[in-house]
Structure formats: structure tokens, C-alpha cells
Design a protein around this ligand. Structure first.
Ligand SMILES: NC(=O)c1ccc[n+]([C@@H]2O[C@H](COP(=O)([O-])OP(=O)(O)OC[C@H]3O[C@@H](n4cnc5c(N)ncnc54)[C@H](O)[C@@H]3O)[C@@H](O)[C@H]2O)c1
Ligand SMILES: O=C(O)C(=O)C[C@@H](O)[C@H](O)[C@H](O)COP(=O)(O)O
Ligand SMILES: [Zn+2]
Length: 364
């Protein structure tokens, strides 16, 4: 892909929502006003502290185009995904006189876009919002698909709404300022897309793992676009997770429990990496997944520098947290496992001994 090329990936409107596009390229901000639309008078740009300059530049640009634009700065990372920060944003919108035709722009990583989308879903029972993801993880996953939300003391993403954006702008230039730890964390969701649906992703990473760790790698745009296509395809058919969308939760049952246990100091992608190794072992021990595909998880995740293990003594606490996972039904624990490469399926109520054995395989 050249710097000038823009890839447009369609997400279908389902469950009464409008279709929208995910744009991938460079210098895409000229597209923003077209997505915001002519009916908006006010625009609120929600951004994290780390992107204060970007947030203000965006606000100034929108103001020049005639919008009443305000910037709302929120904390970095998971510290933004709280009821208190959502309330702070609601207050700012109230003080700005934000109406139903006005628009929120969420610019930042997945934590910021989750929060901004949630604020948009709840303000006046729903206003339009545009996602401008600035991390790999947010581009390939968080900003696409309309899952918005915040955490509570009891767990990750426990409060939220399905509220798709009006458009998603993935400006690859944003990735140049991302630290390597955050860049690599995003690769976990890309690798997830590879295991559940598009194994070419795995081939590309395995061919040159060192190159995959940097935005300057030769396959960066392809890896991002392939992952977005996986996500767009799934959410286009099942916005509200009544079935197929659950496959996007591969590795997440344990991951969310680890994140909570670590008080959100681990990045989401790092936790998803351990969670996928656990899910692979669960699939293998349940007699579903072949050894080669299970082992491939460790190999590809380790090759890019993602973690494979977590503290062995924490299992009882993790198990308790997993019980409130959104895939649980009553007392029934449910996991996404693979029946084979790119064959995701649900494993319901696994034998507790199998769960313990699978955790033993990721215990440090
Ligand atoms: N809604 C969904 O479908 C979905 C999907 C996957 C993940 N998520 C959520 O996404 C979150 C993780 O997102 P993340 O990995 O992007 O982390 P993040 O949003 O916490 O961002 C990581 C850090 O990078 C900073 N940052 C963002 N962009 C930057 C840039 N271009 N340059 C420098 N710093 C930058 C952020 O301020 C933050 O400090 C989790 O809360 C996870 O639950 C949601
Ligand atoms: O979009 C989805 O659906 C996903 O499950 C994608 C996940 O990568 C993402 O982390 C999501 O936020 C998890 O959702 P949750 O419903 O398990 O909180
Ligand atoms: Zn995720």
C-alpha cells in the first residue's frame, strides 16, 4: 500500500443500526467532517492525556471548519474506563449544550474509544460518534463493531452498550509514536484474528516476527486490514453477540480475569496472549484441538514478545472472576476454543479438572 492509498472496509448495519466504513491509510482527517455530517453544530473530541496535542489539533481543525468544538481530556489507558470519568464527560457535554444532532469523536487507544463510544451511547440515550483509533489494537479491534463500555470494581467491561460508530478512521501515521510494548500488545488481537478466521495473518507474522513488531514492517497495513476484515465480517452478521460474535472473545475469558487481578496494569493484549494459550490448551485437553495448532499459539505469540504464562497461585481468584464473564449462563462457564485452525466453537461447562490442567500449562 502506498502512503496515498486508502482502503475502505464496509461494516453492514444490523439490528436497526446504520452501515459504516473503516478507512485505513494516512492523512485521513480530511474525511472527518464528511462523517460528522452537516447536522452537527457541536463536536466533542475525547482524547487521553498522552494525545493532548492531537486532541487539541483536532479541536482547532474542527473549529476552523465552523463547528463549536471542545476537547475533553481523559486519563490514559484503563483509568479512563470508569463511571467517574464517564460522568466527567457527561458534565462537559451538558455544559456545552450538546444536543442529539451533535457528535463525539473518540481519538486514542481502545480504552479511549470504548469510553467515548459509551459516553455517546448514553448521552441523550445515544448520539453519533466517530472513532479515530491511534493504537494497533484499537484499529484492528476496539474501534470496530460498536462494543462500548467501562469497567466496574467487579470486572472488565461489565457496563456498556452496543453503539456502532458512524465511521472509523485508522491513520497509520499515528502508530509511529506508539511505544513498542503497546504496539506488540495490539499484535495479540491480530494473532487472535489469525487463529479464529484468517491463518494468512499467522503466516505473515511467522515469516518475519521482528518486522511484525514495528509499524515500519513490510506487512503492517496488510496485517491491520486483514484483521479489520475479520472483525467487520463477524460484527456485520451479529452485532449484539447473540451467537457468532462470541468467537471474537477467543482467549478473553481468562484475559479479563488477569487484567482485573493486575488492577489493569497489564495491557489487554498481553492478557489476551496468555488467555489464548490457555484456550488452546483447553481445546487440546478437551480433545478438540490438534497438538500442532495448539503449539503454534506459543510459538507465534512468543516470537513477537508476548507473554505465555501467569502466576500459578492465582487460579482460585481467576476462576471466581471468570464466573461473571459475559459468556457465562447461570453457573455454566463457557469458553471459545478451536476445533482446528480457523474453526472456533464454544466449549460449555468444561470438567473442572480439565480447567485446572489447562491452567497448569500457563502457570509460571
Ligand atoms: N470494544 C471492543 O470491541 C474492544 C476490542 C478490543 C479491546 N478493547 C479494549 O481496548 C482497550 C485496550 O486498548 P489499547 O491496547 O489500545 O490500550 P489503551 O487505550 O490503554 O492505550 C495504551 C496507551 O497508549 C496511549 N496511546 C494511544 N495512542 C497512542 C499513540 N498513537 N502514541 C502514543 N501513545 C498512545 C494511551 O493513552 C495509553 O496510555 C482495553 O480496555 C480493551 O478492553 C475493546
Ligand atoms: O468485539 C467483540 O465482540 C470482542 O469480543 C472483541 C474483544 O477483543 C474485546 O476485548 C471486547 O471488548 C471484549 O468484550 P467483552 O464483551 O468480553 O467485554
Ligand atoms: Zn480484546
Amino acid at each position: 500500500m502506498t502512503d496515498q492509498a486508502v482502503t475502505r472496509i464496509q461494516v453492514a448495519g444490523t439490528a436497526g443500526t446504520d452501515p459504516y466504513e473503516v478507512l485505513v491509510g494516512r492523512q485521513l482527517l480530511g474525511e472527518l467532517a464528511g462523517i460528522i455530517g452537516p447536522q452537527a453544530k457541536r463536536v466533542a473530541v475525547i482524547h487521553p492525556e498522552a494525545l493532548a496535542g492531537t486532541g487539541d489539533a483536532l479541536r482547532a481543525d474542527l473549529a476552523e471548519q465552523g463547528y463549536e468544538a471542545v476537547a475533553i481530556q481523559v486519563p490514559n489507558a484503563e483509568e479512563a474506563k470508569t463511571a467517574e470519568v464517564a460522568a466527567y464527560c457527561w458534565k462537559a457535554l451538558g455544559q456545552t449544550g450538546f444536543t442529539r444532532t451533535d457528535v463525539i469523536v473518540g481519538v486514542g487507544g481502545g480504552a479511549t474509544t470504548d469510553l467515548a463510544g459509551f459516553v455517546a451511547a448514553t448521552w441523550l440515550r445515544g448520539v453519533r460518534w466517530v472513532a479515530v483509533p491511534t493504537t494497533v489494537l484499537a484499529m484492528v479491534d476496539a474501534a470496530v463493531g460498536g462494543k462500548t463500555g467501562i469497567n466496574t470494581a467487579e470486572g472488565k467491561n461489565l457496563v456498556g452498550a452496543f453503539h456502532p460508530p458512524a465511521g472509523v478512521l485508522c491513520d497509520l501515521a499515528a502508530l509511529d509514536s506508539l511505544g513498542v510494548h503497546d504496539y506488540v500488545s495490539g499484535l495479540a488481537e491480530i494473532i487472535k484474528a489469525g487463529f479464529i478466521a484468517d491463518p494468512v495473518i499467522l503466516d505473515l507474522i511467522e515469516a518475519d516476527p521482528a518486522a511484525a513488531r514495528t509499524p515500519a514492517g513490510p506487512h503492517t497495513a496488510e496485517l491491520i486490514e486483514r484483521s479489520i476484515r475479520v472483525k467487520a465480517d463477524v460484527v456485520s452478521s451479529d452485532l449484539k453477540e447473540s451467537g457468532r460474535r462470541e468467537i471474537l472473545n477467543y482467549g478473553h475469558t481468562l484475559a479479563h480475569a488477569i487484567e482485573k487481578n493486575e488492577r489493569y496494569k497489564w495491557r489487554h493484549g498481553a492478557a489476551v496472549s496468555v488467555g489464548m494459550v490457555f484456550a488452546a490448551e483447553l481445546g487440546r485437553l478437551a480433545g478438540r484441538l490438534d497438538d500442532a495448532t495448539a503449539d503454534r499459539h506459543r510459538a507465534v505469540l512468543e516470537s513477537v514478545g508476548l507473554p505465555l504464562t501467569y502466576r500459578g497461585d492465582q487460579w482460585p481468584k481467576l476462576l471466581e472472576t471468570m464466573k461473571v464473564d459475559k459468556k457465562s449462563r447461570g453457573d455454566l462457564l463457557r469458553f471459545i476454543v478451536l476445533d482446528g485452525l480457523a474453526k472456533p466453537t464454544v466449549l460449555e461447562g468444561p470438567d473442572p479438572a480439565v480447567l485446572v490442567a489447562a491452567y497448569g500449562e500457563v502457570s509460571a
